[in-house]
Design a protein around this ligand. Structure first.
Ligand code: DX5
Ligand code: ZN
Length: 227
């Protein structure tokens, strides 16, 4: 059976213990760990920068999935490449140069992703879909963990599944925000490949079971190889 990727977001972990947060993700069987970079401008809060990624990179080979919630992401791509990110996802709403940024990320040998906030339709991605590896559909308004999933955003996942099939593309579809045991079935039925989880994962008493059961609930794009 194909499995989804569960990507714990360290946003919900103890920021004084990043090493433990990454280790917990790895020990639970997660294949990716998700880093939310916030600039206090694109979103209200601030988190951390590339040095945290670089320092953690020495400790583990787990896939580092970096989500840039920053305006002018072009200013930071090279820093996160150098820091050791494996995937770099920026927001469509934060730059006009989406195609150029995707090319830069791919040229560095990284997976390139674009994220869209709840009010942004899938249609804005029409021309760049062949040039990206991940579409990250925000299922909450970005900026905070622990919010409620906006159900209507799952329609965007279904649209992307349809487009991927009809246009013979092979990007991965990720969702981010508000996923819990109570809605995992709906999330997976929509066609999600990558499930980002902050609160549910770091508050789970049995993280290994969470990763195993959530991963089994979703289909994964066969065309993509994931390490
Ligand atoms: C929200 C972040 C998410 C966040 C999800 O702006 O992009 O990655 O950590 O957290 P939960 O799972 O708590 O909604
Ligand atoms: Zn995120």
């Amino acid at each position: 059976m194909k499995k989804a990727i569960v990507a714990p977001s360290v946003l919900a972990a103890d920021f004084s213990r990043f090493t433990d947060a990454v280790r917990e993700a790895q020990e639970a069987g997660a294949e990716w760990v998700h880093f939310d970079i916030m600039d206090g401008s694109f979103v209200p809060d601030l988190t951390f920068g590339p040095k945290v990624i670089a320092d953690l990179r020495h400790q583990t080979s787990i896939v580092f999935d970096v989500h840039l919630m920053v305006i002018h992401p072009e200013a930071f791509i090279e820093r996160f490449v150098q820091a050791g990110a494996d995937n770099i996802t920026f927001h469509w709403e934060a730059t006009v140069h989406t195609h150029k940024l995707l090319s830069t990320i791919r040229a560095a040998g990284k997976r390139a992703g674009i994220s869209i906030v709840p009010s942004t339709p899938v249609s804005v991605l029409e021309t760049v879909l062949p040039d990206l590896d991940i579409v990250l559909v925000m299922t909450v308004n970005p900026g905070y963990g622990g919010q409620t999933l906006i159900q209507g955003c799952l329609d965007k996942v279904k649209q992307l599944v349809h487009i991927r099939e009809t246009r013979h593309l092979d990007f991965l579809i990720a969702i981010d925000g508000g996923v819990y045991d109570e809605n995992i079935r709906t999330v997976c039925d929509a066609g999600t490949d990558i499930i980002v989880t902050g609160s549910a994962f770091y508050n789970a008493p049995d993280k290994r079971t969470l990763v195993r059961t959530w991963a089994q609930a979703a289909p994964l794009t066969e065309a993509k190889s994931l390490r």
